[in-house]
Design a protein around this ligand. Structure first.
Ligand SMILES: NC(=O)c1ccc[n+]([C@@H]2O[C@H](COP(=O)([O-])OP(=O)(O)OC[C@H]3O[C@@H](n4cnc5c(N)ncnc54)[C@H](O)[C@@H]3O)[C@@H](O)[C@H]2O)c1
Length: 223
């Protein structure tokens, strides 16, 4: 909470606590946001992920389904709850933009990503499905950004993260995208310059997603 307080002070923004798996919290968050801004907002970033099975060290083949439901609720259904609540309160302005952060484990297997792979697949599906309805209703855009592995609290929780981030670096022609690069890309998606982009999963990964192999990885294998 220390860092969030510092940020809030710097930009004179109120902090509204919200457990995204709780309907009342979500309603409160968007109601307060509307009050604060005196109307709807132009953009929202969904930057939330939590795997209870990963936390408890459960292998993917032996997950606890109670934990799994909570993981899906927090990491993916929360985007639906956010959009549904925003639609009900009319909390996003015409041509507004919503971005959620995701990872390529939704499309390809990364064994240690565990149940989060399924959560990200659901997140990307909600993006398409709700994106359709919000576009038709109010020209609101919904996209996911599929980010390179990045050293953060959640990122570092993935087993073997150091080896993995180095591997991704070597497999990406441009190298891994940093957190700052990710923020810049999100800003471009919040801007009117991308107003016709919606329901997409957009890879922001230095080219990793479309690279079969790199010379750097081959060199490593020959050692
Ligand atoms: N770090 C990476 O390598 C990486 C790569 C691709 C995508 N992402 C995605 O980026 C997003 C942000 O993750 P991060 O890497 O910055 O890690 P992080 O741990 O800093 O962020 C996760 C956030 O989720 C919040 N959260 C967890 N449960 C919540 C709940 N019930 N209600 C409200 N908030 C809750 C936490 O408070 C935390 O702020 C996640 O969706 C993550 O999957 C991360």
């Amino acid at each position: 909470m220390g860092e969030i307080n510092k940020l809030a002070e710097k930009i004179t923004a109120p902090i509204v606590p919200c457990d995204v798996s709780n309907n009342d919290d979500m309603l409160n968050l968007l109601t307060k946001a509307k009050e604060h801004f005196g109307g709807g907002v132009d953009f929202i970033l969904h930057s939330i992920g939590m795997s209870l099975n990963l936390r408890k060290g459960k292998h993917y083949t032996e997950i606890d389904y109670g934990f799994n439901q909570k993981t899906l609720d927090i990491s993916a259904t929360s985007l639906h709850r956010l959009l549904a609540t925003a639609m009900k309160l009319d909390a996003i302005n015409e041509w507004g933009s919503v971005v959620a952060l995701t990872y390529i484990a939704a499309q390809r297997v990364f064994p240690d990503y565990n149940e989060m792979a399924d959560a990200k697949a659901l997140l990307e599906s909600v993006t398409r499905s709700f994106g359709y309805h919000y576009a038709v209703k109010k020209h609101v855009r919904v996209n996911t950004v599929s980010q390179s592995p990045t050293r953060t609290t959640a990122g570092s929780g993935v087993k073997g993260f150091d080896g993995f981030i180095n591997y991704a670096e070597k497999m990406s022609p441009l190298g891994n995208a940093s957190a700052e690069d990710c923020a810049n890309y999100c800003v471009s998606l919040f801007s009117d310059l991308t107003r016709m982009v919606t329901m997409q999963n957009l890879f922001h990964d230095g080219g990793f997603s479309f690279t079969g192999v790199t010379e750097s990885v081959i060199e490593q294998m020959e050692k």
